[in-house]
Design a protein around this ligand. Structure first.
Ligand code: FAD
Length: 292
């Protein structure tokens, strides 16, 4: 596996990157950490004559948390996000960042790249989906925000136009009395991608019943999926094992996994049910008093 001949270009600003993309045309690709793209170029899954490095664009490096929400610049390395203290349900993002790859890859891999590459087993999409995250796509005509749950259109495809740069990810503030979690199964602890994954978020009302519930599954369908029927299945109910079993049945029914060297479709369905109950249980355990 050798890299084909490729010309590397560097852009320091969004404008400069867009100008290069317009000039170089469809056989040019943006590159951030390169941990997905270089593998795809070596294996000819992706073909390109030009790479436009966007790693020096400061506008996409911010990481801020305030009452408006959490903003993660697309070029923030996964390792930096993992080491940044996060409060409330945002802290469940660390469930994903701490299991991704290994430290060396995490320091190159960017948060935006994990979404833009649209690999079905990527770790960040499910947890960002249940937290209500949105991606900001920048182009010369402006910025449009797309909910993470509407971003993916198929394996390795998204709604992002070729000229658009994923600028940042926005996550709304955590609600009171809510908890979240991300659970995955992989064949090894390090440098091993998810065989199946589930993210969950629960909000309880004053009586301890579920007021809101969200569940997303990863690695078991052509795209990560936010399950639309979960609020109707769980809302108004007590957070207990009977409820988790019903949610697990719904998650297994929604899963449409493939068989590959990491596991059969049947194994992935079984995992989906087990991880669903585990994720919902942990999300509920994490719910504190006034806010978590
Ligand atoms: C050994 C190894 C282990 C791994 N383990 C895991 C794992 O456990 N879990 C996991 O989820 N992933 C894993 N990965 C995959 C990878 O590290 C992540 O998906 C990473 O976050 C991709 O980010 P990047 O910056 O390297 O993207 P790149 O490779 O630079 O880009 C990926 C794609 O996204 C596009 N892109 C990137 N950034 C932008 C942007 N801002 N705007 C527009 N388009 C953009 C590129 O054009 C390209 O098509 C692993 C990879 C390796 C090599």
């Amino acid at each position: 596996m050798y890299l084909p001949d490729i010309q590397l270009h560097e852009a320091d600003t969004l404008e400069a990157a867009a100008a290069l993309m317009e000039q170089l045309g469809p056989r040019a690709e943006y590159v951030a950490g390169g941990t997905d793209l270089l593998v795809d170029l070596k294996t000819a899954r992706t073909e390109a004559d030009h790479l436009i490095s966007i790693t020096n664009i400061d506008q996409a490096r911010q990481l801020t948390a305030d009452s408006e929400g959490l903003t993660i610049g697309s070029l923030v390395p996964v390792g930096r996000l993992n080491e940044t203290p996060l409060s409330g349900t945002w802290a469940a993002i660390h469930d994903a960042t701490q299991v991704m790859a290994a430290p060396a890859i995490r320091n190159m891999a960017t948060v935006g790249g994990n979404l833009a590459s649209a690999v079905p087993c990527a770790d960040l999409p499910p947890i960002l989906m249940v937290l209500g995250g949105g991606v900001d796509l920048w182009s010369r005509t402006g910025v449009r925000r797309i909910p993470v749950c509407e971003f993916f259109t198929g394996p390795r495809t998204t709604v992002r136009r070729h000229d658009e740069i994923l600028l940042s990810i926005h996550v709304p503030p955590p609600a009171n009395r809510s908890g979240a979690s991300y659970e995955r199964f992989a064949l090894r602890e390090g440098n091993s991608i998810a065989v199946a994954s589930v993210a969950a978020r629960i909000r309880l009302d004053d009586a301890g019943m579920m007021q809101e519930a969200a569940l997303a599954i990863g690695a078991v369908a052509p795209t990560p999926l936010l399950l639309e029927n979960i609020p109707a299945i769980l809302a108004g109910r007590a957070p207990n094992e009977t409820a988790w079993a019903d949610a697990a049945d719904a998650a297994v029914a929604a899963a449409d996994p493939i068989s590959d060297i990491r596991g059969s479709a049947e194994f992935r369905r079984e995992l989906t049910g087990v991880l669903t109950a585990r994720a919902l249980r942990l999300a509920t355990e994490r719910i504190g008093g006034d806010s978590t």
